[in-house]
Structures are given as structure tokens and as C-alpha cells.
Design a protein. Sequence first.
Length: 148
Amino acid sequence: MKNILALFFFLIIGFAFPQTCGLYKVKFVGKLDSNIPITNISLPNPRLLEGRKTNFEKDFELVAISNNEFSVFIITNSLGNVFKSSEELIYTYKKNNKSFSFKIFGDKSPETLLEGSFLKNINVDWKKIKITKVDDYFEINLGEIKID
């Protein structure tokens, strides 16, 4: 009888105060307008954009690009927020970051990134970025970015 009462109690608590897993997907898309051959970019992980810093390897996602275009999904979790709209997401990102920053790398392979292929930090103003909710993910469209 105690087991049935305990089970009943935990079921009521579970349904009354549900937890969400907090997982969400972000798709970064954009195009780089550059005369320099760019082979890799390092995009900030959504955890970093939310204001949670861990370490460099986890804060940035290295992405190989071709034809100076990129389109990449990153799955992440949010400890406190469940974003239901693009407005909530961009509000959180803007609150924790002055601009959207990422790094570009030149004509070397990802294995040699630490050997000097880093080219430049790029900062994109939030006003130029479009964030939309598409089905079960958020798309962050950086548009066309001119690299001098």
C-alpha cells in the first residue's frame, strides 16, 4: 500500500511540475564576401551566446566551409530557458553579447589551426542578423559579411 501511495504521489508531482529537457537546435547560415580563401570558421556555441562560458574548445564550434558559405546545425541545451520564440532567443543573446563574434581561418587544415592559420575576428551587429523559428529549430542568418 505504501508503494502505491508513493507512486501516486510522485506521478502527481511529476505532472504538476514537469521539467523540460531544454535541448534546442540552432542553424547558423551566412556567406562571406572575401578575396581571401577562407576554409574554416569558428562559430560561438549557443551556450556561450546565452552567457555560459566553459572553455574555448566547448565555447566555439569549428566548421569547414566551401565557396565561402556556411550552413550548420548545433544542438545545445539551456539550463534555465526554454525558448519559445525568436524574440526570446535574441533578447537573451543580445543581453549577454554586444555583437555576434566569430573567427575565420585561412588556407590550412583544422589540425593546424594552432599553428597560425587564424586570420581575423569578425563582429556582426545584432541589427543585421535575422533569427527565425523554423519548425523545431532556430535559424540565425548572418547574411552576407564583407571581409576586408
